[in-house]
Design a protein around this ligand. Structure first.
Ligand code: GLN
Length: 624
């Protein structure tokens, strides 16, 4: 046999009978050849203990254009299946070469979402966590950069048995390995019944081509019923024509078919519901039965999407493709749906009260940079049965002179996190305005640091107070990069990232808000309150009501409320002034609203409607 033939086929001395392999399907080929071998073209390493047939996969691909809401589609369908008692695990595959989203500019890419294990990832992971009410980890997020760097490291360790390392099979093999590993890990408690894989970008892009090939191979290897491919497409409605046109959508799905994938389900994004003619045409030209072609037109809130998908039978079709009907727990579904629909009904019902909340950020013109904050406020508005209008205020335009005018119509202010000096003085001006006028204030991360700087300057009299981030040689660095942190940095570490415990002072506003003396929050910062100044700040009346359980790291600050027994005579009080060194917005979930935001929205309501008795529903923790 010529050498090239020999290379393509597993040699019988490798324990593989080729005639037998040829006779069987791809799934058996995988079982027969197993791990990497010097003599086969197959490289499809299965994680130890992986059981084929145990897990199913839904792969969501985008066509025509980006921004169609693949994450919303995948998270909504995952939610419907989770409600049925199935264990689901979502995974986002990013085509970019960054190892994570930590260095991405929120201006271009939307907010950087942080998971409990410190992974800095795409904001879509936030959509999954909120929709599924499930904590995710690095296992749920993959970038091309991670895959390449893993492979190059393995190559240096000689793990490829003398082979040339190739996009196919090695890169695709690693992708499949990681997707299967997630299937085994599941939600961290039980293995996944269904893994939802969202392939970033659009079919036809160079960047994600290897992901799509890996998913095709996965389906081939796992066998029938194991993988459900969904193609998201876009039905255009040109203004000049005044009717929906399906050609772009058809061509988009054809790109999927060119990649060797026959979609099982086509979901058509559109501004208005897709007409029957358009759906029929798309069905006909994509080989997908009409009952599996769905219109997914614009909705006012993403939280109403799961129910509309359910009504159209999308969940049932996915179960049929994956042959999973027998794993459904109907009682579980009824309970989960009742709870969710209670939220959606409240969300959709008209509200008698409304408040205006100002968000003073530096990327105020790009709302995706603050997506989780906007979502948190939306959840609280629903629970407190009011409308909230968000005022996006560009912090670099705000000064002590114009702050009253700019913030004048707001009932509460959020100063969000941020990096770099642009806009910081504007944020400090906002803090001062809130502190001195009683306007409810919630500071997040940099908003916490801005509150410390403002208090130090204007109450304690440390007129040069600043953060070493903005004034590295300042004489009163109340916020600084601590020596320990600097040491870590020299070793290549960067920031304090991920979930950490916060010990809350009994009897504080924070205690009341959270209903607990211990919470876990997510952090992403490098600078913190310098312990040298804590005593002076507290003597001035600023209370550090949340601290690291062991180290002197200040994590929550507040001012006592009027009448609070901790408020000393002559010291400042405030109806609602609170800030966290962490990012509470990352933990807000629709059916479990975030407590600090609940406090803020209720304080805004109380300010605007002083005669009303605002009932704050039980907090996340006290609600159990
Ligand atoms: N720039 C500040 C720090 O690094 C705040 C970070 C943030 O707001 N996420 O500490």
């Amino acid at each position: 046999m010529p050498q090239s033939e020999n290379q393509r086929r597993p040699s019988s001395s490798g324990g593989v009978d080729w005639t037998e392999v040829e006779r069987t399907a791809g799934a058996d080929l995988l079982a027969a050849t197993g791990h990497a071998s010097a003599t086969t073209e197959v490289y499809s390493p299965l994680p130890d203990g992986y059981r084929k047939g145990r897990h199913r996969y839904v792969v969501v691909l985008g066509t025509v254009m980006s921004g169609l809401g693949k994450g919303i589609f995948a998270s909504s369908t995952a939610k419907l299946l989770k409600d049925k008692g199935l264990v689901v695990a979502p995974m986002k595959l990013e085509g970019y070469l960054n190892i994570d989203a930590g260095t991405l500019n929120p201006f271009r890419h939307g907010e950087v979402f942080v998971l409990d294990d410190g992974t800095e990832c795409d904001m879509d992971l936030g959509t999954y966590e909120r929709m599924l009410d499930q904590d995710l980890s690095r296992r749920n997020f993959m970038t091309a950069g991670q895959i390449y760097s893993d492979i190059l490291e393995r190559e240096r360790h000689g793990e490829y048995l003398g082979r040339d390392v190739q996009m196919i099979p090695h890169v695709t093999g690693e992708v499949k390995r990681k997707v299967r590993e997630l299937a085994m890990y599941g939600d961290g408690r039980q293995p996944a019944d269904v893994v939802f894989v969202e392939v970033g970008g659009t079919v036809g892009d160079y960047e994600n081509g290897f992901y799509i090939e890996a998913m095709r191979e996965l389906a081939f290897e796992e066998g029938p019923d194991a993988v459900c491919f969904v193609a998201l497409t876009y039905v255009i409605e040109p203004h000049a024509l005044g009717e929906q046109k399906s050609k772009a959508a058809q061509l988009g799905v054809k790109r999927v078919m060119e990649a060797g994938i026959q979609p099982h389900i086509v979901s058509c994004r559109a501004t208005r519901p897709c007409s029957p003619t358009v759906l029929e045409k798309i069905a006909m030209f994509t080989n997908v039965p009409l009952k599996r072609v769905f219109s997914m037109h614009d909705r006012s809130s993403v939280y109403s999407i799961p129910e509309s998908m359910r009504r159209e039978g999308l969940d049932r079709e996915i179960l049929s493709v994956l042959n999973l009907h027998d794993r459904v727990d109907h009682a579980h579904e009824d309970r989960a749906r009742e709870r969710w629909m209670k939220y959606v009904t409240k969300m959709e019902s008209p509200k008698a009260r409304d408040v205006r909340i100002g968000l003073t950020g530096k990327y105020a013109s790009v709302r995706d940079a603050y997506a989780s904050i906007a979502k948190c406020i939306e959840h609280c508005a629903t629970h407190l049965e009011c409308d909230v209008t968000l005022d996006w205020l560009e912090s670099s335009d705000i000064t002590d002179q114009n702050v009253e005018d700019r913030l004048g119509s707001c009932d509460a202010i959020v100063v969000p996190g941020g990096f770099g000096s642009r806009g910081v003085e504007g944020k400090i001006a906002c803090v001062k305005h809130c502190r001195t006028t009683g306007l409810p204030y919630l500071g997040i991360c940099l908003g916490f640091q801005a509150a410390v700087i403002e208090f130090a300057r204007n109450v304690v009299g440390l007129t040069d107070a600043n953060s070493t981030e903005f004034d590295p040689r300042g004489s009163q660095p109340v916020i600084s990069e601590l020596p320990d942190q600097k040491k870590i940095e020299q070793l290549g570490g960067t920031m304090r990232l991920g979930g950490q415990d916060v010990a809350i002072a009994p009897g504080s506003l924070a205690h009341q808000v959270f209903g607990s003396t211990s919470v876990r929050e997510r952090f992403r910062h490098r600078y913190e309150v310098d312990p040298l100044y804590i005593e002076r700040l507290e003597a001035g009346g600023l209370l550090f009501s949340g601290r690291h359980p062991v180290h002197p790291i200040m994590q929550i600050l507040e001012l006592p409320r009027p009448g609070d027994e901790r408020a000393e005579a002559g010291k400042p009080t405030h109806p609602y002034f609170i800030a966290g060194q962490f990012h509470p917005e990352l933990l807000g979930r629709p059916t479990c609203p975030e407590p600090m935001f609940m406090g803020l929205v209720s304080a805004a309501l109380q300010r605007k409607y002083p005669e009303a008795k605002i009932q704050v529903p039980a907090s996340r923790l006290s609600a159990g």
